[in-house]
Design a binder for this molecule. Structure first.
Ligand code: ZN
Length: 253
């Protein structure tokens, strides 16, 4: 059926004149082209670290960069499916200058840097995995979010960080919380305690942002159980869906 004929049959069914029908469409009361008209945001998804300095090495010897890239791609695809525009930054593993990453997203609605977490070295033990000695710590787990007070966009950055924390908690994930613990030695104060959001003003990748920006640690990959969860494609999908739902809401105007 042609669109025109389809709309006309709706109009007839609702017993409206053509003028009334058009008027209701203009008011936004009727959206005959589909009920899920979402706000389309533009979001830069940054792959934390790069091939030369790949970040944390997981409990099973996998560089953080690999996990970051997998999750960043999944997040980007999920956001696109939800109608948003995205760019991936650092996907080729060659973006070595962290300060140049966020400026590439100038003019977009949000810069989101994707990472996986570790713990302070004194909490690490060793074990053997597939014939190799690896470091691990099963003491800490969970996601965390960071915003910088140095940027001029703290309020929208925090709003989106809190929204992601809320969505992930709703999907069954837990904030790590240990970054705020002075005994653990991190002392990153909470910006939103319930949702696992911290202030981290000097993060290289955030402080050059000219748009709302946040850093997301998806989980602690030196934790042996958490690494298995992070590897699970279904878990990755749930994280990406949580992020997409949160950003669709926090960025809508
Ligand atoms: Zn990292």
């Amino acid at each position: 059926m042609k669109a025109e004929g389809f709309f006309n049959s709706i109009r007839v069914y609702l017993r409206l004149s053509a003028a009334e029908f058009l008027f209701l469409i203009c008011l936004g009361v009727l959206t005959p082209w589909g009920s899920n008209v979402v706000f389309a945001a533009s979001i830069a998804v940054d792959v934390g670290h790069y091939l030369q300095k790949p970040g944390v090495i997981s409990a099973r010897g996998v560089p953080e960069f690999e996990y970051n890239r997998q999750l960043a791609r999944e997040v980007s695809e999920t956001l696109r499916r939800a109608g948003h525009k995205t760019i991936l930054i650092g996907d080729d593993g060659l973006a070595e200058d962290l300060g140049k990453r966020a400026p590439r997203a100038a003019g977009m609605d949000l810069f989101l840097s994707i990472h996986h977490d570790s713990v302070q070295p004194r909490f690490l033990s060793t074990w053997e995995y597939e014939g190799q000695v690896q470091s691990y710590s099963d003491l800490f787990s969970g996601f965390s979010l960071f915003v910088s007070r140095i940027t001029s966009h703290l309020e929208p950055s925090l709003k989106c960080a809190s929204a992601i924390g809320t969505a992930l908690r709703g999907a069954g994930f837990t904030p790590s919380r240990y970054h705020a613990d002075p005994i653990v030695g991190e002392n990153r104060p909470f910006a939103d305690e319930a949702n696992g959001v911290h202030y981290f003003d000097n993060l290289a990748v955030l402080k050059t942002a000219t748009i709302p920006a946040l850093l997301f640690e998806a989980g602690v990959i030196v934790n042996r159980e958490e690494e298995l969860r992070i590897r699970d494609p279904a878990v990755r999908r749930r994280i990406a869906e949580g992020i997409a739902t949160a950003l669709g809401a926090c960025l809508s105007r």
